[in-house]
Ligand binder design. Sequence first.
Ligand code: NDP
Length: 264
Amino acid sequence: MHSQLSQRIAVVTGGSSGIGLATVRLLLAEGAKVAFCGRDHDRLATAEQQLKQAFPQADLLALSCDVLNEEQVHHFAQQVQQHFGGVDVLINNAGQGFVAHFDDTPSERWLLEAQLKLFGVIYPVQAFMSALQASDIASITCVNSLLALQPEPHMIATSAARAALLNMTLTLAHELAPKNIRVNSILLGMVDSGQWRRRYAERSDPQQSWASWSSELAQRRGIPLGRLGQPEEAAQALLFLASPLAAFTTGAALDVSGGYNRHL
Ligand code: NDP
């Protein structure tokens, strides 16, 4: 894909694993300069090492930052500004889902889900806003979930928080359009990543392979394409929306669910 992001500066939150890591890799392959963050130092260092091996010439910045800590996010933005001198692309990816029905969801968890899905985007957008305003191709792209439009009872808090995020990003797209900052989302179904690998690690049959476990999961859920998505497939959708290839697209939510989408 010729994304026109060569030598441009991209920031990916939660870039040390899964979809975020695949996105950093794709951005580097496109010739972009990339900053990414995560909380766990070891995971961050491993990801950085892998990326430096694969892209020895890359201009890459890996920094520890919890997107729910406003101070840390502002410090992250300052370090990015100091190192690169600007930002063209912000990809809000950091996060995870919470599996529980209403009866099993304590009040603190409702708060945490709302905090993660909203402030995990609000703080980075605030922190990178002035840098984005100075870019001629500025974009903000959020990793969201199909749960935003198609809630699941076993993920009630995550579904509600995802819907709130989708709502907020649409308003943000309209508010930031006069500043020439595009705002879009991808709506994921199930993607092979750290989250699913952790659930696989807790499988009832330790002999079952990942291929068999994940294909059973896809069949059980009725994913029309019959499999989980790959992190690279989510990354490609993110790259498209984040890049000038989508220059006339803002306020959009691109479905990346293998056909799991059941609404019009
Ligand atoms: P992974 O667990 O593989 O990756 C999550 C990444 O986010 C890690 O780098 C993690 O690093 C980082 N992260 C998590 N919380 C924070 C935080 N508070 N501050 C900074 N970094 C954080 O999962 P995925 O790749 O699957 O998840 C990426 C996004 O996609 C998430 O928002 C997730 O909810 C969303 N999503 C994924 C789906 C799927 O099926 N995989 C489906 C729908 C949505 P660390 O833990 O070290 O901080």
